[in-house]
Design a protein around this ligand. Sequence first.
Ligand SMILES: Cc1cc2nc3c(=O)[nH]c(=O)nc-3n(C[C@H](O)[C@H](O)[C@H](O)COP(=O)(O)OP(=O)(O)OC[C@H]3O[C@@H](n4cnc5c(N)ncnc54)[C@H](O)[C@@H]3O)c2cc1C
Length: 400
Amino acid sequence: MSRCLSDYSIEHVILERGRVAERWRSERWDSLRLLTPNWLTRLPGLAYDGDDPDGFMPASEVVGFLDTYARLIRPPIETLTTVTRVAPAGDGFTVVTSRGDWNARAVVIATGETDMPIVPSSARRLPPHLDQLVPSEYRRPAQVHDGGVLVVGGSSSGVQIADELQQAGRAVTIAVGGHTRVPRTYRGRDILWWLDRAGLLDESADHVQDLKQSRRQPSLQLVGHPDRRSLNLSTLQERGVRVVGRLTGIDGTHVTFADDLVATTVASDAKLALLLSRLDDFARRRGLDPHVGASEPFVPSWQRFRDAPTALDLRTANIRTIVWAVGYRRRYAWLHVPVLDEAGDIRHQGGVAAYPGVYVLGLRFLRRRNSTFIDGIGKDAAALAPRVAAFVRWQARATA
Ligand SMILES: Cc1cc2nc3c(=O)[nH]c(=O)nc-3n(C[C@H](O)[C@H](O)[C@H](O)COP(=O)(O)OP(=O)(O)OC[C@H]3O[C@@H](n4cnc5c(N)ncnc54)[C@H](O)[C@@H]3O)c2cc1C
C-alpha cells in the first residue's frame, strides 16, 4: 500500500509494532515454506526473479524478499511502534502509538488476517499437565513434549504440523472439520498454476454467490515441499496419523469428536471433483491439452474414514500436547471507530470500510479469492490506493 500511495504522491507513514515482515520472522515454524510457488511471490514493482520459480521459499527467504522490497521502495516506516488507539478527531483521525501520536486524514488497517490464533474456550477444561500450542508458537518437533499429539484443525497449518510431528516419530491424531483438499500438482502442473491461469485466484468478491461463506472457507490442504507431494487426510493416514472428526467436547482427559468425518470428506471430495472438471474444461477451451499432462482420474477419499473413533481418553492414548490449528481472529481493541460487526471484524466493501477514511487490506476475500496471498495483497493495494488518494485529496480540499 505504501508503494501504491507513493505512486499517487500521497504523504503517509507505516506504523509497525515489530520489524518489516515481523510475522514471517517470529510467528512461523522453522520448516515452513510458502505453499505458493515462488513465481507467485510478486508485489507491485518486485517479483521473484531467482533461479527456482517453481520452488517454495522458506520463511527466512520471505523475510529476505520483503527486506529487499523495503530497500527498493524505501517506505516511510516507523518500526517498533505499536498503534494503541485510532479514533476520529477533527477532519480525520488521531493515532496514538507507543512512540507518540499522529494525525491522519485516512487510515489503512493492515494488521493481518492471521492476527490471533483461535483457542476455543473449552480448552480451559483440559487438565494442566497437557501442553497447548498454537501454530504461531510452534517451532519444531523437539519443542513438543515426548508422547502423542492431538492436532485440532485440518487446514494448511494443521496438516503441515501433523505431518512434521508424525515424521519426527510422534503418534499424531488430527481432528478435522470442514476442509479443502487439493492436489499439489494436476496434469503435471502445480495446482496454483492452474488456479492462476484459470483466473480463480483473481475471482472477484463481487462474483461469488455467498461472500460470507467464501470468507469462512478453510485454507487449502497444501504444503510447499521440494518433492511436490500432496498433503491431505489420506496421505496423513497412510503415514500412520489417526484422523478423526471435528472436536466436540472436552471433559478432563476425555475428548469427543463428531461422527462427521465421512460427511466432511465427501463434501471436500465433491468440491475437488468439481474443481478438477472446471480445470479440464478450461484446458480444453484454451487449447492447453497438448501442453499439459493427460487428464487424471479423480479418486475419492471418504471410504478411508468410515471407522474414525468418536471418543478418546488422552491419558490412555498417551497424548501430552494439543496443537490448536483452528483458524485465526482479528483484534481491533485499539480501533475506536464504529466499523466492527457483531463478530468483531471490520465491515467493508472491497477494503473500503463502513466509515469515511478507513480502509483495510489483507483480509480473506477482501476483493478477490487470493486477497490474503502476497500476490493478492499487492493487487488489492493497487486497486485501493486510488480510492485512498481520492479521499485524502477531497478531504484536503474540503477543509482548505
Ligand atoms: C502459516 C501461514 C502460512 C502462509 N503461507 C502463505 C503462502 O504460502 N503464500 C502467501 O502468499 N501467503 C501465505 N500466508 C499469508 C501471509 O500471511 C500473507 O500472504 C502476508 O504475509 C500477509 O501480510 P499482511 O501484511 O497483510 O499481514 P501480516 O503479515 O500479518 O502483517 C501484519 C503486521 O501488522 C503488525 N501489527 C499488528 N497489530 C499492530 C498494531 N496494533 N500496531 C502496529 N503494528 C501492528 C504486525 O506486527 C505485522 O507485522 C501464510 C500465512 C500463514 C499464517
